[in-house]
Design a binder for this molecule. Sequence first.
Ligand code: NAD
Ligand code: UDP
Length: 324
Amino acid sequence: MPTVKRILVTGGAGFLGSHLCERLVERGHDVICLDNFFTSQKSNVVHLLGCPNFELVRHDITLPIYLEVDEIYNLACPAAPGHYQFNPIKTMKTSMAGAINVLGMAKRCRARVLQASTSEVYGDPEIHPQPETYRGSVNPIGPRACYDEGKRAAEALFMDYHRMNRVDVRIVRIFNTYGPRMHPFDGRVISNFIRQALQAEEITLFGSGEQTRSFCYRDDMVEGLVRMMENDQGFIGPVNLGNPGEFSIAELAEHVLRLTGSRSRIVNKPLPADDPKRRRPDIRLAKEKLDWAPTVPLETGLAKTIEWFRSIEFSDYRPPTPHY
Ligand code: NAD
Ligand code: UDP
């Protein structure tokens, strides 16, 4: 494989994708960022547009596209519950048709292709923390199914192309990741709490706030994605990537209030259907195979994220447009 690779990042203008593109451009690779801007905007990658080794393609990954590449990171998919439930049928199409299109491309180009899967494949888990061997507890007919089952189907497709066509695949299961460039209106808990705190709005705590999540800072995640892609030891995953530090959502609200100095009131709202009660990655496999573990503690990552949220104009961001 040449040192300068032609790399496609689908969903490359999104929160994680834009940081990944940045990292790959810095390393000198020839980067194609493909996005339909459903949950993102050009401002995430505008600073890369002047780079000769960066190219932006507006395209919907549910439709075929022919590009000549060495590696593909498949990140195209709405990721926040509010975004993926906005048009659940389209979400399922994006996961499944998107996977088929990138796998077909990888097969034709003999490229390596990495799937951004998710901890949601474990659903509302009965095993804690979640190892990769756990098969999950997903409600196949609930409001989260479009995302959870779409990502599970994508994993199945990746493994079938690998077994049938020897496509060089990689599967990573990403646990809640946060940082600058999260969409301020995506409804995810960190973006909601920070925006609410900065705008002196009520902090919306769903349910009792005892449910837990484990939050990974974006730099750690991008490092994990690249290590998995560049692993030449034949390790294809699935592998969990996430920060094992586990916090209740009520604790998170207190952290955000303290770090922003906000006097917003915390108000309880109903818990959404099928909201997982506990989530924490078992990352022993990532440590063993990739020598990877997160390095950024929640407080540090939250402070950087808050600083970024202070620097943006919320009115520059819009909710998704209906999309069929
Ligand atoms: P994001 O919404 O910021 O990024 C997704 C990007 O994909 C956006 O730019 C969006 O416009 C684009 N997109 C959506 N549908 C598309 C389509 N049909 N064609 C082309 N582009 C399309 O979300 P993110 O947090 O950056 O997530 C990136 C990937 O990582 C997603 O696949 C997500 O499922 C996965 N993931 C993220 C997290 C997390 O906590 N951030 C956790 C688990 C998995
Ligand atoms: N949550 C909350 N208030 C909000 C948004 C989310 O209490 O304004 C809770 C949500 O119910 C869940 C957790 O925070 O228990 C994480 O939600 P998020 O949407 O960020 O991601 P999830 O891990 O559920 O996909």
